[in-house]
Design a protein. Structure first.
Length: 415
């Protein structure tokens, strides 16, 4: 299938070409015809599958040409980072269509609020918003959504996790009853189905290989104790094969202390967490995107939505408690059909969490042996390793990435 098969209008086509999209991804192949037909849709797809294009393209096709000076499309997203990324895709795809868009999110100063207010008053065609800030503009009376034709919920599961359920229902109470509603979620727990029941009409359903990591990710684990974690990290980061790395930790305190440890050993890394000002967070992300910053350390907040191309390596400094978060974390690499490596550090306390992940992805993750030089590092008295499984082989070679065509243990099919 090609993009020509969808019969999009010419201006949108130029946008698709300028973004370098040549072939639709599987979620796009499945979702675009449904949305073009005007049906409601519930789609289970993770970030990295091309899901944003799957809803943006048909919606842009609908409003291009017919877009008046009014807000026709509302996209709700859980975080400001995701909202900004969606806005960037809108700007790229809609560049030649004359459709206007605005990202509306919390944080920032009074000036940011004022800029958003002015954009809203200008009746931009598409608003991409986090729920809390949108409600502020709705209740202040500045924003009127009487002419809305399309509502999209992106990463709906994350929005519910973050406690936005009531906000979503409140926002919907401001919208016309006749509209097309599209719900995208990485997972489909019962509460998402209840939400879908409440806000969608006879929706079509699409599942893209639920909860499977992208095929191009080489997943590895190291079994180790806590005192070996930072020395191992140091060895891996000194490996020149990895130009762009994200390190995930479960709590921001760990992120902060890891940042200090890496700084002390002169590794160029920055910490990304909620205590930073929005401007600082944006600057860090920009540096990382521009490849001026090789290493970024963050919590799971960073695992959703960050859309940076060419990340070679994801390191899980600890095992995430929710197996879905593992998929999100490692999904930062190998985006849009490329390859990458995901390494997870597993101490004895995290064995149960690892088991849950392996159950979810329906395969064991390859165990790599610790480099010899780390063997002599003693565990702290209260900690001990509990290696039940033998590692496949010791890993002494740091300058080597898995060859691109290697097929070993690279996860199931996401697309
Ligand atoms: P998403 O899952 O929407 O976050 O998209 C992940 C990445 O894939 C983004 O960088 C998109 O620009 C890119 N992308 C989306 N659709 C395509 C496509 N058909 N061909 C190539 N890249 C794409």
């Amino acid at each position: 299938m090609t993009f020509q098969d969808f019969n999009f209008n010419g201006q949108l086509f130029e946008g698709i070409e300028s973004m370098g999209f040549t072939t639709p991804t599987p979620i796009q192949e499945m979702a675009i015809p449904v949305v073009l037909a005007g049906q409601d849709l519930i789609a289970c797809a993770q970030t990295g599958t091309g899901k944003t294009g799957a809803y943006l393209l048909p919606v842009l096709n609908h409003i291009t040409g017919t877009a008046k000076h009014q807000t026709s499309v509302l996209i709700l997203a859980p975080t400001r980072e995701l909202a900004q990324q969606i806005d960037q895709q809108v700007e790229g795809l809609a560049y030649f269509t004359g459709v206007s868009s605005l990202a509306v999110f919390g944080g920032g100063d009074g000036m940011a609020y004022e800029q958003q207010r002015r954009g809203i008053q200008n009746n931009v065609n598409i608003i991409i918003a986090t729920p809390g800030r949108l409600i502020a503009h709705l209740t202040s009376g500045v924003l009127k959504l009487n002419h809305l034709t399309h509502l999209i919920l992106d990463e709906a599961d994350r929005m519910l996790d973050m406690g936005f359920s009531d906000d979503i229902m409140k926002i919907i109470s401001y919208l016309p009853k006749t509209r097309q509603t599209l719900l995208f979620s990485a997972t489909m727990p019962g509460r998402i189905r209840s939400l879908a029941k409440a806000i969608l009409k006879d929706p079509q359903q699409i599942n893209i290989a639920i909860s499977q990591p992208a095929v191009g990710i080489d997943q590895q684990i190291y079994r180790l104790h806590d005192q070996q974690k930072t020395p191992l990290l140091q060895l891996i980061l000194r490996d020149s094969a990895y130009a762009s790395t994200i390190i995930f930790a479960s709590r921001k305190e760990i992120v902060k202390s890891l940042y200090k440890e890496l700084k002390a050993i002169k590794i160029n890394a920055m910490a990304f967490h909620s205590d930073l000002e929005q401007k600082e967070r944006e600057e860090i992300l920009l540096k990382f995107k521009n490849k001026q910053l090789p290493v970024i350390i963050g919590t799971d907040a960073l695992s959703r939505g960050i859309d940076v191309e060419g990340i070679d390596l994801v390191i899980n400094y600890d095992v995430p408690g929710d197996p879905e978060d593992y998929i999100h974390r490692i999904g930062r690499t190998a985006r849009a059909l490329t390859t990458g490596t995901a390494i997870t550090f597993v101490n004895h306390r995290d064995e149960r969490k690892l088991k849950n992940i392996e159950q979810l992805i329906e395969r064991p993750i390859r165990v790599v042996g610790l480099p010899d030089e780390l063997a002599s590092i003693q565990a702290a008295p209260q900690s001990h390793t509990d290696d039940k499984r033998k590692p496949s082989r010791p890993n002494k070679r740091w300058g080597q990435k898995k060859p691109k065509n290697s097929s070993s243990n690279s996860g199931g099919s996401a697309s």
